[in-house]
Write a protein that binds this ligand. Structure first.
Ligand SMILES: Cc1ncc(CN)c(N)n1
Length: 224
């Protein structure tokens, strides 16, 4: 509690507690190399093709968050999460267009190990035992890592190659930042009412996403 008796936001406290891990996920050498203009284009293309596979799995994940939301949450949450479902269709088309632009054949791509691991994690959310609070926390931090990572690539002083600005704006835009903020408000509201064991599981999911995101960037940079 702060001096006014208001509960400090839990997500802000986690960001502080796990700051190093958060920085590793959002200031990874791969995305920093986009910002400083030294990105290896074969790594970029690998990221693009692997992320297309990820996003296809992410569709089912968001659908599972929406389902849990409809069963357990306030109706205003549903409209925000539904916005995420709507924009994912656009995201898939975007990946297909980019792949054509970069000469990447999406049909011949198989998931690399770190991607498969992340996809298995997403699939685990279809289990009905996983609560809405943990699921929406996971959704928020997955989106936030991309928002922060790519937002940095278009901040002042960037040397991002012009042909990659569209990619960075996709997740770094002020609109997407606002979307992530609205998810964060949902998460904080839910966590404030959740029992301690659920808050603990949500924090574990938060740190797990940060690890998986680092693994995803590493895989993109090095094909491991
Ligand atoms: C690995 C990963 N993490 C997050 C996002 C953002 N939807 C993404 N496309 N891919």
């Amino acid at each position: 509690m702060d001096g006014d008796g208001v509960e400090a936001a839990t997500t802000a406290a986690w960001m502080e507690r796990h700051r190093q891990m958060y920085e590793r996920a959002t200031r990874h050498p791969f995305t920093v190399s986009i910002r400083d203009g030294t990105v290896d284009m074969s790594a970029f293309k690998r990221w693009l093709s692997q992320d297309y596979i990820f996003v296809r799995e992410f569709v089912a994940f968001i659908a599972s968050v929406l389902l849990k939301c409809c069963k357990q949450a306030e109706s205003s949450d549903m409209e925000i999460i539904l916005g995420g479902v709507a924009s994912i269709s656009d995201e898939l088309s975007w990946f297909k267009n980019e792949a054509t632009k970069w000469g990447v054949d999406l049909a011949s791509v198989s998931p690399l190990e770190s991607n498969s691991e992340y996809c298995r994690f997403l699939q685990s959310f279809t289990e009905p035992e996983i609560s809405y609070v943990v699921a929406v926390t996971t959704f928020w931090i997955i989106e936030t890592v991309y928002q922060d990572s790519f937002g940095f690539c278009i901040e002042e002083g960037n040397k991002t190659p012009p042909e990659l600005l569209g990619t960075c704006q996709r997740w770094g835009s002020p609109e997407f930042k606002q979307y992530c903020k609205s998810l964060q408000r949902i998460v904080d509201r839910c966590l404030a009412k959740a029992p301690a064991d659920v808050v603990k599981s949500a924090e574990e999911a938060f740190t797990r996403v940060l690890q998986l995101e680092v693994g995803f960037w590493e895989m993109s940079s090095s094909q491991s």
